[in-house]
Write a protein that binds this ligand. Structure first.
Ligand code: ADP
Ligand code: MG
Ligand code: MG
Length: 210
């Protein structure tokens, strides 16, 4: 099995649904350690992405990269805050390594690694700082470890690692982003961006299972 642009479009649709369903939960997480807008920010962004992709029918030779690039530019212009540029850069970098009609398991690994590199280039966070990097980093690592397995197995490994990575942010003290203003008081809460990352990667799995 390989993944194509239709998969990337299904990923966007699944992500938009997942973000809409989790909007209040993400906002509540962000209310605990931030300014309470993460759910609304992402919901606005993914609705705009769906609208953008629905504007015109998919060209026959559409690539995964072209879909991811549309995600990137739309998120950058609609999400704002910290997460907009971070997710925008992640999808932009990912689009550059997937400019093909079909991608295999190694390309999925490259996609996730490129996304992680985009986020760290933009936000300068490393693991353990209670940010979305704590979900993306284990996801990229788990994907690399599963490289060569069927593409669905690679995606599932990445999504499971992101989910565990997000949960593991709960005891951490934030040292990047708005949550860092709380210092020690940020401990005991899950990072909203790490949770939304886990949702996005679960949506990528669901889109591959469809
Ligand atoms: P804002 O904090 O501007 O309101 P959001 O609420 O949309 O933006 O997004 C907050 C999320 O962004 C955090 O939960 C965290 O995961 C992520 N984040 C913030 N700063 C950084 C950073 N420097 N590197 C990586 N992720 C970050
Ligand atoms: Mg916020
Ligand atoms: Mg904000």
């Amino acid at each position: 099995m390989t993944l194509d642009a239709a998969w990337a479009r299904r990923w966007v649709a699944q992500a938009a649904n997942a973000v809409a369903a989790a909007k209040d939960d993400l906002t509540e997480l962000d209310r605990q350690i931030g300014d309470g807008d993460h759910g609304a920010n992402l919901d606005r962004g993914f609705r705009a992405v769906v609208a953008k992709l629905d504007e015109a029918p998919a060209p026959d030779d559409e690539t995964v990269g072209a879909v991811l690039k549309a995600v990137a530019t739309t998120l950058m212009s609609t999400v704002g805050g910290a997460a907009g540029p971070l997710y925008g850069t992640a999808f932009l970098r990912a689009s550059k390594v997937t400019g093909r009609e079909e991608i295999d398991s190694s390309a999925v690994v490259a996609l996730l690694e490129a996304a992680l590199e985009g986020i760290t280039a933009r936000g300068h966070a490393t693991t353990g700082e209670k940010t979305m990097v704590d979900a993306w980093h284990p996801a990229a690592e788990a994907a690399a470890a599963a490289d060569g397995q069927p593409v669905l197995a690679v995606l599932r490994a990445a999504a499971a690692a992101a989910d565990a990575g997000s949960t593991a942010t709960i005891p951490l003290v934030a040292t990047k982003g708005r949550a860092s203003y709380l210092g020690e008081r940020s401990a005991g809460h899950e990072d909203p961006g790490a949770r939304s990352t886990a949702l996005l990667l679960a949506a990528a799995v669901a889109a591959a299972e469809e």
